[in-house]
Design a protein around this ligand. Structure first.
Ligand SMILES: Nc1ncnc2c1ncn2[C@@H]1O[C@H](COP(=O)(O)OP(=O)(O)OP(=O)(O)O)[C@@H](O)[C@H]1O
Length: 362
């Protein structure tokens, strides 16, 4: 026996009915004990279906769900632990607090066989954990949206679950509130040591909140990695574009291991095995604007400037490349549409070999 809260999902398959499309197609996912994994994917890719199967609300057609040593679903068709015995806490999209119960009673609602003093103690402990110490006697309608989501987390954590599932829990919050609630939720989860899975379609949320991000495409995990590795070394051009702005350029590898592109010669993060041509991925923050005739730069014309406050995206039509490239510029903007400019690459590119899009380069 090992005492872990590792979530292990293997070969999960699900279709909602005969003749319906297959939603999950042998999905594999492992989340180590205490880690927060974001499940990220486009609408309809199967995120909620995965969450509902792990929670026990929905039966899989095939596959296994295990937390630590406990098999919760499969592999034999008959194995399906009911939701209330899975030791899983759930934070839904909008808190779904019981409106007629105080905050403290909401928090302790799921505690079974626990006496009154212990319930009170646990409510205080959980509310302190989510930054709401002293709020136990309030009613849900006396709380802001962000506070309600914190109570929902406290309620999910109160029975000391092995695993916490968060289903787009920040959706209803306005953007000013989101970052703070996200950070507090992450801190509270870390303090308990529970393993957690956060379902989201928001790339920024996944990258900024999770220890691991699993990108789901067509019912499978296309890539599961740390946020940095996912962003810097995506498995294929689709993942690259899904998790951030991508500059993709056809390239040919030279004998010295660099790659020739429309933006000049670019060093590679890793040398590919197999094909010597493919698409080179760069991020807009790896490109620099220079004077039109600067050494080592290619010439282009600014076609658009989009100012975001903390930075700006400058779009440049580069000679010899059909699609304009995006360049992220921090600091004061000195260019306007129509102006001539130079573009230079800083840092390494990642080559996605032709025909081998899903191969990793490490
Ligand atoms: N109860 C159901 N009966 C039939 N089809 C369903 C049912 N629930 C979901 N689906 C279908 O399964 C697919 C995956 O749905 P799911 O809700 O898991 O996706 P999702 O990734 O969570 O999407 P979103 O980000 O939009 O919430 C969709 O095509 C959806 O229409």
């Amino acid at each position: 026996m090992t005492d872990t809260n590792e979530l292990h999902v293997e070969g999960l398959t699900k279709s909602y009915g005969d003749g319906d499309p297959v939603v999950l197609r042998g999905l594999d996912l492992t989340v180590p004990t205490g880690a927060l994994a974001a499940v990220l994917g486009p609408s309809g890719c199967g995120k909620t279906t995965l969450l509902r199967i792990v929670a026990g609300f929905l039966r899989a057609d095939a596959g296994t769900v295990r937390v630590g040593d406990r098999v919760l679903t499969g592999p034999a068709a008959g194995v399906s632990v009911p939701p209330e015995r899975r030791r899983i806490g759930i934070v839904p999209q909008e808190g779904a607090l019981f409106p007629h119960l105080s905050v403290a009673h909401n928090v302790t609602f799921g505690l079974k066989g626990v006496d009154r003093p212990e319930r009170r103690r646990r409510a205080e402990e959980m509310l302190e954990l989510v930054g709401l110490a002293g709020y136990g006697d309030r009613m849900p309608h006396e709380l802001s949206g962000g506070q309600q989501q914190r109570v929902a987390l406290a309620r999910a954590l109160a029975p000391r679950p092995q695993l916490v599932l968060l289903d787009e829990p920040f959706n209803a919050l306005d953007s000013a509130l989101r970052a703070g609630v996200r950070a507090d939720v992450r801190t509270a989860l870390r303090a308990t040591g529970a393993t957690a899975v956060l379902v989201t379609h928001d790339q920024q949320e996944a990258l900024s909140t999770a220890d691991l991000v699993a990108v789901v495409r067509d019912g499978r995990v296309a890539q599961c990695d740390t946020p940095q590795d996912l962003y810097r070394r995506p498995a294929d051009p689709w993942v690259a574009g899904f998790v951030g702005d991508a500059v993709l350029l056809p390239g040919t590898v030279d004998t010295d291991g660099t790659v020739r592109t429309a933006l000049g010669t670019v060093p590679l993060f890793a040398l590919p095995e197999g094909p010597r041509t493919g698409m080179v991925l760069l991020r807009p923050e790896q490109l620099r604007l220079t004077g039109p005739t600067a050494q080592g730069a290619v010439r282009g014309t600014v076609t658009d400037v989009c100012f975001y406050g903390h930075d700006a995206m400058v779009t440049v039509a580069v000679d010899g490349h059909a699609t304009p490239v995006g360049i992220r510029v921090a600091g004061p903007l000195r260019v306007r549409p129509g102006e001539e400019t130079g573009v230079r690459v800083a840092g390494e590119g990642v080559l996605h070999p032709e025909g081998g899009a899903l191969e990793r380069q490490r």
